[in-house]
Design a protein around this ligand. Structure first.
Ligand code: ZN
Length: 489
């Protein structure tokens, strides 16, 4: 066996074990018995220990030194392995261990403090997490910008400066759009009670419509919807609110977007380093394309309106046009995860500036609440009423996920580019979607982007799919055209 073959065989077992660890996480959020939490923590800890030992195995350095790739796929495999091995080796073992222990406890502290609206109680934990992530960022950056190093974990090749430039270009147009829309009359929402079983049946139908492969996946209920796994086992979760059916339907379509990406990757890449989505931003570009650009389009909501009337009868909306407006209602609110397409990116920009300042040491943890509230008032025009609607609302910072937030907006930006490109190539798309057929769009995304997995770098795979350089322009054009028409502004 060559060094390349040895390395790939070793890596394949690591990838398989990582999938097992992920499935334990899925189990914990869906069907695990309540009394099993303690034992599960030990099981996951043991598996993580095995994974860490494999990822830092000294033989990897030698294999990487000697391995020769004979084609582009092999080169991409080596690039991914080298990136992750170099990253792991840059962080001192003691720091890595302290980060793992602190983050596992911090999430529990955050949840308790959020429930009690207790910022002061969370501050010592936040201070510790920021300190550790700054240390990790510094170790990874080796003299460069620690925040860039943290961003690179989720979006290889992206930097804080590039994100800041993109956000600066977006903010004025989003703020102007937001003000125009909020000055116009708000459309009517749906009214009534929508039974759980009927919602779940229709959400399964939506998953099928958007190309979810049920032979390699399943849908369960969880508090927070997510997608889990790669290759031939990609599961999703959804949730149900009996007064807000869009919550279930659009959570499902969103997670199907993530899952379809994983299921759409070239099967020969399964259980290899390039056998999963290439970055968080590209992943989010799929979920946002499915959920917003396609799922909330006038053509598709026309079909969904018909199906909902068949299933639920009357629910206070007269016609497909009113339904399209209800699905796309713009409403100012405190919570990012409930934000509409006009507000969503403003939430992200605010978090990006604050977390970058925290990591750079320009903002201290004890000043975060004031900074958050001041910025929220400036960007959203209202005062935050309580911490769970403010700086305690997201789990990310307690888990040490600094550098993650901007990938959500990057996903929206990439989705804007991808759907612009696919619409130009599929002229009859709206006619098909009005019949509940989105296969031309999802097929295009699979062929142009999803199947490549980690073969190309994130920005590169989007550029190749679109045939033009990705930028924020198409997303902003789309938002202005769509919401300008809905609100007549
Ligand atoms: Zn997502």
């Amino acid at each position: 066996m060559s060094a390349f073959d040895d390395l790939m065989a070793f890596q394949r077992q690591t990838e398989a074990l990582a999938q097992v660890a992920g499935r334990l996480g899925w189990d914990q959020e869906t069907v695990m018995p309540e009394g099993s939490a303690g034992q599960r923590a030990e099981e996951i800890g043991a598996l993580e220990g095995v994974l860490h030992a494999r990822r830092t195995d000294p033989r990897i350095a030698g294999w990487l030194e000697a391995a020769q790739a004979t084609d582009a796929v092999g080169q991409a495999q080596l690039r991914q392995i080298r990136r992750s091995f170099t990253r792991t080796m840059k962080v001192p073992a003691k720091l890595a261990e302290e980060i793992a222990t602190t983050m596992s406890l911090a999430q529990g502290v955050w949840a308790e403090c959020r429930a009690r609206e207790d910022v002061a109680g969370f501050l010592p934990t936040l201070r510790k997490v920021v300190e550790l992530k700054r240390a990790e960022g510094a170790a990874l950056a080796a003299g460069g910008d620690p925040y860039d190093a943290l961003v690179d974990d989720y979006e290889p090749g992206m930097t804080g400066a590039a994100i800041a430039a993109m956000f600066d270009a977006m903010r004025p147009r989003l703020v102007a759009l937001r003000e125009k829309v909020l000055g116009a009359a708000a459309p009517k929402g749906v009214v009534g009670t929508f039974g759980t079983e009927a919602q779940l049946a229709l959400s399964r139908e939506l998953a099928t419509v958007f190309g979810y492969d049920w032979s390699r996946g399943r849908v369960d209920l969880a508090v927070h919807p997510f997608s889990s796994g790669s290759g031939h086992d990609v599961r999703i979760t959804t949730r149900v609110s009996e007064t807000d059916p869009f919550n279930c339907f659009y959570s499902t379509i969103h997670e199907v977007g993530h899952a379809a990406y994983e299921q759409g990757i070239d099967p020969s890449f399964a259980l290899t380093p390039i056998g999963q989505g290439v970055s968080m931003g590209v992943h989010e570009s799929q979920s946002r394309s499915y959920e917003n650009q396609l799922g909330r389009s006038g053509a598709f909501t026309g079909w969904l309106f018909g199906r909902m009337r068949e299933v639920f009868g009357e629910f206070g909306i007269a016609d497909a046009e009113g339904f399209y407006k209800a699905v796309n209602r713009v409403h100012p609110g405190y919570i990012r995860t409930e934000a509409d397409e006009v507000h969503y990116n403003l939430h992200i920009m605010m978090r990006f500036d604050l977390e970058r300042a925290l990591i750079r040491g320009d903002l201290q943890a004890e000043d975060l609440e004031a900074a958050w509230n001041e910025r929220f008032r400036a960007d959203f025009g209202v005062a935050v009423d309580r911490p769970s609607n403010g700086m305690l609302q997201d789990v990310h910072w307690s888990c040490g996920l600094f550098g993650y937030f901007p990938t959500y907006t990057l996903g929206n930006v990439y989705a804007g580019c991808l759907v612009k490109a696919l619409r130009a190539e599929i002229p009859g798309l709206d006619g098909m979607m009005a019949q509940g057929d989105v296969s031309a769009a999802t097929g295009w995304l699979r062929e142009r982007l999803q199947r490549h997995g980690g073969l190309y770098e994130p920005r590169d795979v989007v550029r190749r799919a679109c045939g033009f350089e990705p930028s924020e322009g198409p997303l902003l054009d789309y938002l202005e055209a769509k919401f300008g028409a809905i609100y007549g502004v």
